[in-house]
Design a binder for this molecule. Sequence first.
Ligand code: SF4
Ligand code: SF4
Length: 452
Amino acid sequence: MLFPVFLIVFMLAALFFFYSTVVSYIEKEKRAASSFFVFGFVLLLFLLGTVFLSPSIQQIIAVVFLGLIFVSFVLFFFQKPYFKKKENIVPRGNIDERDTMFSRDQLEPGSKKFKEYYQRHPEHKEKDDAFRKLPGLLSEDSMFYEPDLFAAADANFKIIEKNRPFVDGPPGESNEKHDPEELSLYLKELAKKYGAYSTGITRLKNYHLYSYRGRKHNYGQPVENNHEFALAFTVEMNRDFIRNAPNACCILESSQKYVDSGIIANLVAQYLRDQGYPARAHIDGEYEVVCPLVARDANLGEIGRMGLLMTPKLGPMVRIAVVTTSAPLVEDRKNEDLSVVDFCRICKKCAEVCPSQAIAFTDRKEIKGVTRWQINQEACFTYWCKAGTDCARCVSVCPFAHPDNFLHNVVRYGIRNSKMFQKFALKMDNLIYGRKPARLKLPKWNRNDREE
Ligand code: SF4
Ligand code: SF4
């Protein structure tokens, strides 16, 4: 009686493996495709074998295997998460943009700003002198120099530069009153129409703001932003390009996504100003806010081991931009799901592959009032100056960075709902994709064949 049920259930499982084979093949994951195919094929052979057994043995096999499936299902998917807990997410104080590596990199040795900075922070001098001796981002002498790809990335940064004047401006004189809920929804859909992947709104909090600006054109200016709301959004990065990190293609990809996210933010901010509301876009080089913190509070994800925003559907495979505004909006309710943090605790793949050992293997610590991981930004940036690219090796291997589709979303569902499944998922990810996943094949035009 139970044997036909057993056959149907396991045939469905075999079908799922073959479906996963096709998905992996499309995703260019050769190792995963062959693993899923072997799983499906072995299961089919096993099922075929059971057909020739005596009815009593068939009955025993059916009871044992269906029982196992039932117990695993209950354990995996109904083990209610005890990791949903309140955490302190409010930093004490504001980050000074002048302490970020991009700002320190722009300091010219011997200049007044240079002297003033290292008088305030003598502890940074030795490490900063070390990265200054290296070739630097997009340099011809760097490890992953590739003339055409570097030139294309450089063009992206030039376009970002040209977009900067559009981040702010005076609001128009429209008297139209907007319903907060409708306007919030409209802005989110508008951002998606322009190319955003996910969007969220939060009240702008003081700790979201840098204390002082740190780029060449605004160095040392205090940040004054009294907007009430922030719309944060992500754009998806191309997985094939990032999976070839730290080669030249990764900086082409990330710079392009800075362009894309910057254009979207500028368009949304301009739209709001035309409606009569003060609004400012926060794009690469023009940030008044710490984007990952805003995005986290706007319910777009959590901060993971590599210090980046981990989104529920694409992990860290995103870039973020923000628009702050005084328009009447409705903030999104923050989901208290910390399952991604729990997964990071056991995973540590990014820490293992990081060429500069910038990512901690240890658990989170309290940093300025927030329990979180923080990478060694000096070590990371120093590697960028050797590589000539923004590396992204950590992003490329993250199990959360698989595409947003049924296969990976089933796994994400399990990770959200069961600690036991998290361990199982990590083991399977290591087996199917490898602890250090292989690079994905890129189109021929992309010269990208250097080894680390
Ligand atoms: S690689 Fe693993 S530990 Fe690192 S961010 Fe991704 S899930 Fe977390
Ligand atoms: S970008 Fe590269 S160097 Fe920096 S933390 Fe990630 S893997 Fe390490």
